[in-house]
Design a protein around this ligand. Sequence first.
Ligand code: SME
Length: 153
Amino acid sequence: MDTEKKTARYGRILNQLDDLLTKTDNPDARMATIIAVLHHKFNYFFWTGFYFVQRGELTVKNYQGPLACQVLEKDKGVCWAGINQKKTIVVPDVHKFPGHIACDSRSNSEIVVPVRDRNGAIVGVLDVDSTVLNSFDDVDAVNLERIVGMIYN
Ligand code: SME
């Protein structure tokens, strides 16, 4: 998707979410809403969801897309890299990412964005997979960071 079109679409999504997320401050309701909007607005979002840290494990939360791994092995793969490095991770080709966890063999590129609670602690990640190589760039990173920043606001 070209940068201009992608930027404009994120702009419309941010406006829509600004309105939708005023209905409740419940983080789970907000995450479900965010996932539904993102997954259906971008056709390259093949799997869109959250993994949260629970008792030291990364466990799947709400998502849209094909069946995914429920628990991710500690300190392995892209989601744990996002948690441990405390930053957004863009993976152009998952097959070249050491330790990548393939929940679905059709995924080829991925982005992981850490989610912070009201105290600034990292509690989980937003994870998006695409079947197309090199789907995610800085436009996705910046906008998805803004969007996850709305969950606990
Ligand atoms: N690929 C992720 C696992 C989650 S799935 O993509 C839904 C990882 O390496 O952490």
